[in-house]
Design a protein around this ligand. Sequence first.
Ligand code: NAI
Ligand code: MG
Length: 392
Amino acid sequence: MRTIVALPGDGIGKIVLPEAIRLLNAAGFKANYVYADIGWDFWCNEGNPLPQRTIDLIKEHKIALFGAITSKPNSEAQKELSPQLQNKGLVYFSPIVALRQIFNLDVCIRPCISFKGNPLNFIRKNINGSYDEPQINTVIFRQNTEGLYAGVEWTNPPKQVRDAFETHPRMKYFKDVPSEELAISTRIVTKKASEKIIRAAFEYARKFNYKNVTLCEKPNVLRETSGMMLKIAKEISKDYPEISLWDTNIDAQMMWLTKNPEDYGVIVAENMFGDIISDGFAGLIGGLGFACSANLGDKVAIFEPTHGSAPKYAELNPSIVNPIAMFLSSVMMLEHIGEFHIANKIRNAIAKVVEEGKVRSYDMLKLKGGKDVFEKGACSTEEMTNAVINNL
Ligand code: NAI
Ligand code: MG
């Protein structure tokens, strides 16, 4: 039997992941789940949010489901270390960003596909006077290991770094800034990883009949990094004559996605831009409670909702958060390992629950999350799972 590594992490990750496993079991997916340590508690108590034993388990079993983690800036992270670990020079890092780099999970796929009954009230209701619900069918390909999230950054950069930057003509505008007042985050883009993510986007578009691939960058300003990606995209697009290559700027894309989101099929972007675009499209399909993702490498694959640990909802009992993003991430896992029958069964059950609209979590009713959401007709996390299970 297959073993899946379960990485609940922090906050609502600890709520939605076990619910997904309950659903997978109910749908007849046969697997063992081995729970592994990751997240804030392990930072505070061990000084490492991603213990080696967890990395070893993922290396061994290759497939993982991940909930969410809490990340805080280093200054705050230091204060929460246990007393015996203080002042040891430990530096906090995001364990999920680290996992993507350690296992070279360089292709991140984030489908934003709306169900019928998409709870979102749309802006064009006011413009057109009728409720014209957009059918969103956009899949974002996010480069997952480099770009602005490569992690190569400094506050008070060491002298060699400062000197190296000084050789750039534009540094003349910053030459009077004292080093301790200077922070630098680099945007690293490589040809190899860009080719991989752009080709993956085109292959996906071909396989699932999308008519366009949009490279969403900012080559007019980020001439080196975005410029390189655009050049590569133009080259690769020649192998896909049936698919149009569009290129948009990230700022304009934010406007297009509110104005005519149905136009976009596959979108490909660098790490940070992909993160931003996918949250934008997530809003159009009902919010983060619906946004799923796959982090794919050549050997390892990790599936996770794109939301974080939502700490303000983590302690509510019964829980009110929407587990559907975690469910859809599990469906992506099933498809990845070839379990299409069970994947379809779960997806159809979710679609039915959303379309019927009898069971809705607070976010689907556009309520502010709080204890009173049940009185206003929202279901609990557990009731949502039960509803999906009852529709399998
Ligand atoms: P978040 O995604 O945790 O929550 C933002 C808001 O989205 C919530 O307040 C809630 O209104 C809504 N939301 C999120 N998930 C939901 C769900 N399943 N059902 C219903 N509503 C949901 O982002 P936030 O508040 O910016 O970050 C909280 C923590 O999570 C931070 O420590 C952050 O670093 C971390 N984070 C971790 C990520 C990961 O593990 N991959 C990704 C994003 C943030
Ligand atoms: Mg994000």
